[in-house]
Design a protein around this ligand. Structure first.
Ligand code: DHB
Ligand code: MG
Length: 220
């Protein structure tokens, strides 16, 4: 059931309800859980997606039969491990991280998950390193969770390198509640929304901070 309040954004979830649902659906998965817990232990910013959002990313990858995935913004590797969990055994995921310390922690977690040969952590700047990944495409999934002021650029890259039926996913689509503010990051994020809507089949899923899901059109 929904009502006008919940449709407008009011949440029924509270921390205990979220913890119960995260625990039932995701909590037992030790590999990704270590990566989820790593930022606190390693004194990194704990800015990864939630446990259930990570699982959603993996399920979406599974739904499109993903074999080639690109992620921008690795942090400790939690979302990369969840996304890769939705790929076939022969799949590969490339994830770009600009902070060397975060990349090192991610590599450790990816090794712990037994996914070293299926996930490549690419050190460097998001926009610059994407150019170097083009030869591996076209891709089934592009997940953007990086510097917010360049989301429009990341969205354009994804459109050029996703296969028909491939999906673009973008975290923080509400921009921490600042989507409608002035400034370069809100403007870039609004452009990312508008261009996804103009060129793909898109929706902003009302996760806590919004998740754009956009599917590349298939010729009919
Ligand atoms: C921040 C970045 C994110 O991608 C996120 O999901 C939450 C916070 C940040 O930069 O603060
Ligand atoms: Mg994010």
């Amino acid at each position: 059931m929904a009502d006008s309040d919940s449709r407008a954004g009011l949440r029924y979830a509270d921390p205990d309800i979220v913890a119960f649902c995260d625990g039932v659906h995701v909590g037992a998965d030790a590999a990704s859980r270590d990566a989820f817990d790593a930022p606190d232990k390693e004194k990194m910013p704990a800015i990864m997606v939630g446990l259930s959002e990570g699982r959603l990313l993996g399920l979406l990858a599974r739904m499109v039969g993903a074999e080639r995935i690109v992620e921008v913004g690795t942090l400790a590797g939690f979302s990369a491990i969840e996304l890769a969990g939705g790929m076939g055994e022969s799949g590969h995921l490339w994830t770009i991280e600009h902070e060397p310390r975060h990349a090192a922690v991610a590599r450790k977690n990816i090794a712990g998950a037994g996914m070293t040969n299926r996930i490549t952590v690419v050190d460097g700047d998001g926009v610059e390193e994407l150019a170097g990944l083009e030869a591996h495409g076209p891709f089934d999934v592009v997940f953007v969770d990086a510097d917010k002021a360049r989301y429009d650029q990341y969205g354009r890259w994804a459109r050029a390198h996703l296969r028909p039926g491939g999906i673009l996913l973008m975290d923080n689509a509400y921009l921490f509640g600042r989507l409608l503010d002035d400034g370069p990051a809100p403007a870039a994020m609004r452009r990312a929304h508008e261009e996804a809507a103009a060129h793909l089949h898109s929706v902003c899923i009302p996760t806590p901070d919004g998740l754009i899901l956009a599917i590349m059109p298939t010729p009919r």
